[in-house]
Design a protein around this ligand. Structure first.
Ligand code: PLP
Length: 358
C-alpha cells in the first residue's frame, strides 16, 4: 500500500545483519527498512551531489568508482545495489541514463541484482530528455523503458509518479523471489489483488501511469520548482541548484549559519516557515539522518528543507506566496534559534520526535 511496504518486503527477503546495501542515496524509509533488517545502508552519491550551490545536470548520479570499489572489496557482504531516481534525499536530483546503465553493469559484473527505487521515474526521464546529450528527440516512454530494462526490480511509491492517493509496488524479475515476496505479503497485507490496495486505487494507479508521462505536465511541474528556486536564489536564499523535480530544497545550513547542525537549522527553518506562512515543508538533514544505528549522533551531509510540491495542486499564486513568505523570513532570520530534541524514538526519529526551542 506504500513504497515503504515494498521496501519492507524486499529487505526482509534479501538483507541480513552484516550486509551492506549501496545506493546513490537511500531515502529515509529505505534506510530505515535496511537498518531494521540489521544491514547497513551506504550512500555513494557523486561529489557534485554533495554541494548544494553547485549547478550540475545529474547530481543524482551514483559514484561509480565507489560502487565498484565497494563490490570489489566486500563482494560477499553486498546482496544488491540500489538506485533512487530522482534522488529525493539529495535534492530531487536526477541520474543520467548513462550513469544508471553503468551502475547496473557494475552490479551485473559482480552478479548482484540492481534495484531501482523508482518513485519519480517520469521526472527523472524528463531531466534525461532535457539534459543528456542525444536524448532530446526520444519519447519519455522510450527513455523510461531504457531505464528499467537494466533493472532486476523496483520499489515504488504510487503517491509520487503514479498520481495516486495511495499505493506502491515491488516488481521483481526473479519469479522465485517474487513468490517469496507474495507469501510474505500475506502476513501483513493480503494478496496483491486485495488488502493494502483497494481496486479503485489500482485503477487510479493504472490511469496515473499513463498521465504521468505527458510532456506538458512534466514541463509545467519542473518549471514551477525552477521558478521558485530562481526567485529565492535572486533574493539570496541559498537553494540546491539546479531545482529538483518534485521540490525546492533550501540549504538551511547556509541560510542560518548561526545555528550549528546539531541544533537542527533545517528543523528550525521548517518550523519558522509553518509559523510565519503556514507552509509545511520537511527537514532533510541532521534530524532525519544524524542518529546512527549505534546511538551516536553526527551532522548529516547537508541540512536541507524540502518544499515538496504536490502534483497538480498548486497554481502560480501559490508559488509567489512561498516567495513572499521567504522575503519576510529572510528579514528576521538572524532571530531564529536552534532546537533541542526532548523526545525521540529509537529509529526514524524525524517522524515523531518532539522539540523545544533553545
Ligand atoms: C525516494 C522515495 N522512496 C520511498 C518513499 C516511500 O514511499 P511511501 O511514502 O509510499 O511509503 C518515498 C516517499 O516517501 C520516496 O520519496
Amino acid at each position: 500500500h506504500q513504497g515503504r511496504a515494498a521496501e519492507h518486503l524486499l529487505f526482509n527477503l534479501i538483507a541480513k545483519p552484516g550486509h551492506i546495501i549501496p545506493s546513490n542515496t537511500h531515502f529515509d524509509t529505505t534506510r530505515g527498512n535496511i537498518e531494521a533488517a540489521g544491514a547497513e545502508a551506504v550512500d555513494l552519491p557523486v561529489a557534485e551531489g554533495k554541494i548544494p550551490s553547485l549547478d550540475h545536470p545529474f547530481k543524482g548520479n551514483m559514484d561509480l568508482d565507489a560502487q565498484e570499489a565497494l563490490l570489489r572489496e566486500k563482494r560477499d557482504s553486498v546482496p544488491a545495489v540500489m538506485m533512487t531516481i530522482t534522488n529525493n534525499a539529495g535534492g530531487g536530483q536526477p541520474a543520467s541514463l548513462e550513469n544508471i546503465r553503468a551502475a547496473a553493469q557494475i552490479a551485473q559484473h559482480y552478479r548482484k541484482p540492481f534495484f531501482i527505487d523508482g518513485c519519480r521515474f517520469a521526472e527523472n526521464a524528463w531531466f534525461i530528455k532535457l539534459r543528456e546529450p542525444g536524448q532530446q528527440d526520444r519519447s519519455i516512454k522510450t527513455i523510461i523503458h531504457d531505464i528499467f530494462e537494466v533493472a532486476d526490480g523496483m520499489t515504488m511509491s504510487a503517491k509520487k509518479d503514479a498520481f495516486a492517493n495511495i499505493g506502491g509496488w515491488l516488481a521483481l524479475r526473479d519469479d522465485a523471489l517474487a513468490e517469496r515476496a507474495r507469501t510474505l505479503l500475506i502476513q501483513t497485507e493480503g494478496f496483491p489483488t486485495y488488502g493494502g490496495l483497494a481496486g479503485r486505487d489500482l485503477d487510479a494507479i493504472a490511469q496515473g501511469l499513463s498521465e504521468i508521462i505527458d510532456e506538458d505536465y512534466l514541463r509545467y511541474r519542473v518549471r514551477t520548482n525552477a521558478y521558485i528556486a530562481e526567485r529565492l536564489d535572486a533574493m539570496g536564499v541559498p537553494v540546491v541548484k539546479p531545482a529538483g523535480g518534485h521540490a525546492v530544497f533550501v540549504d538551511a545550513r547556509a541560510f542560518l549559519p548561526h545555528i550549528p547542525p546539531l541544533e537542527y537549522p533545517g528543523q528550525a527553518l521548517a518550523c519558522a516557515l509553518y509559523e510565519m506562512g503556514g507552509i509545511r515543508g520537511c527537514e532533510i538533514g541532521t534530524v532525519m539522518f544524524g542518529r546512527k544505528p549505534d546511538g551516536s549522533e553526527e551532522p548529516a551531509r547537508m541540512d536541507l528543507v524540502r518544499l515538496a510540491m504536490p502534483r497538480r495542486v498548486y497554481t502560480q499564486s501559490h508559488a509567489d506566496y512561498i516567495v513572499e513568505v521567504f522575503e519576510d523570513l529572510a528579514a528576521s532570520k538572524d532571530q531564529l534559534r536552534g532546537l533541542k530534541i526532548v523526545k525521540e524514538p529509537p529509529m526514524m526519529r524525524h517522524f515523531t520526535s518532539e522539540f523545544e526551542p533553545l
